[in-house]
Design a protein around this ligand. Structure first.
Ligand code: SF4
Ligand code: MG
Length: 320
């Protein structure tokens, strides 16, 4: 069976001004050659520090922005070659849930109108819409009696439920969730994650789940891709990744996460320095400026993707 989504050598390079007082520009390589698949019904987590290109990747898959290079196949169709006109009927198959439910819901619209909007855009018959909105509220755990209220009358968690209801309205196959719980309290986070899991099995959904938070990603993902400076450095099934991370960057990220089992020992690995600018990424392995294992080879040669075992890929010279 072919994957629901296949991304091939995806790149997004932005040209930006170098400063306020100069006409000089530089190229920011926000995403620099990603290839991966998302299988039907799975959750692929994309994790990495802020600015590593996760959101840009999600937005390219949604075709909210166009890639500089590369392809995004959805059910075998290359989205990157379709015109807006050709894309329109496909759009309802992939929907997005945003980080900030405060910013992504129009404060002047009633909840019922917010959820109804995609139904109108995709020509759902008028007589079915009201009932559909009520169903959706119910499905995300909100009382349908609240449909006439405005977003500010809801808590953060409830607003994210509204955002999820809106994304579900047109029966999508894929949901790209970009930091969907980052703005919420930890206690509310797990409620929303559990809701997303329930909805996934109820409606056969496939998720691309983007987050900077490794414990959140662990909770929901089947496979995880770790991003650094616009590239995926490790891609693995979740269990193996959290049990035995391979890439030094993954190790460092994980070593900073508190582990519930006090007997489990995880070697603490502190990263030197900050993430380099994507406008001026280091040569060779872009992680070499912060990697405690870096050798001369790492400074000059970009590590190739290696399949270490089934479902495990890593880009690092330590693995031959
Ligand atoms: Fe570190 Fe070298 Fe591996 Fe890059 S390739 S992660 S610098 S050991
Ligand atoms: Mg982001």
């Amino acid at each position: 069976m072919s994957p629901l989504v296949e991304v091939k050598n995806l790149k997004k390079h932005f040209t930006v001004n170098k400063g306020m007082f100069t006409k000089k520009t530089e190229i920011v390589k926000a995403v620099d050659g990603l290839s991966f698949t998302i299988e039907k019904g799975e959750t692929l987590g994309l994790v990495g520090e802020s600015g590593c290109g996760k959101s840009t990747t999600g937005r390219m898959i949604m075709r909210l922005i166009d890639p500089t290079e590369g392809q995004v196949f959805f059910n075998g169709n290359d989205l990157t070659v379709l015109s807006d006109e050709q894309l329109r009927p496909l759009r309802k198959e992939f929907q997005m849930v945003f980080q900030d439910p405060y910013a992504s819901l129009n404060p002047r619209m009633k909840v019922s109108e917010i959820i109804e909007e995609p139904l109108i855009v995709h020509n759902f018959p008028k007589e079915e819409r009201k009932q559909r909105v009520e169903e959706l509220l119910h499905v995300v755990g909100l009382n349908a009696a609240l449909a006439d209220r405005y977003p500010h009358e809801f808590s953060g968690g409830q607003r994210q439920r509204i955002g999820i209801a809106r994304a579900l309205a047109v029966n999508p196959q894929l949901i790209v969730a970009d930091e969907p719980v980052s703005a919420l309290d930890v206690s509310i986070q797990s409620q929303i994650l559990n809701l997303l899991k329930d909805l996934q099995s109820q409606f056969d959904l496939t998720y691309l789940f983007i987050s900077h938070d490794l414990s959140v990603v662990e909770h929901i993902s089947d496979r995880v891709g770790v991003m650094y400076l616009g590239r995926i450095v490790e891609l693995s099934d979740k269990e193996s990744l959290y049990k035995e991370p391979l890439h030094p960057y993954t190790k460092a990220l994980l070593s900073a996460v508190p582990i519930p089992n006090p007997r489990a020992v995880r070697e603490r690995m502190i990263l030197k320095g900050d993430i380099p600018s994507p406008a001026n990424p280091p040569s060779g392995c872009t992680f070499h400026t912060r990697c405690p294992f870096a050798t001369e080879e790492c400074k000059t040669t970009v590590p190739e993707w290696k399949m270490v075992s089934e479902n495990r890929y890593v880009a690092c010279h330590l693995y031959r």
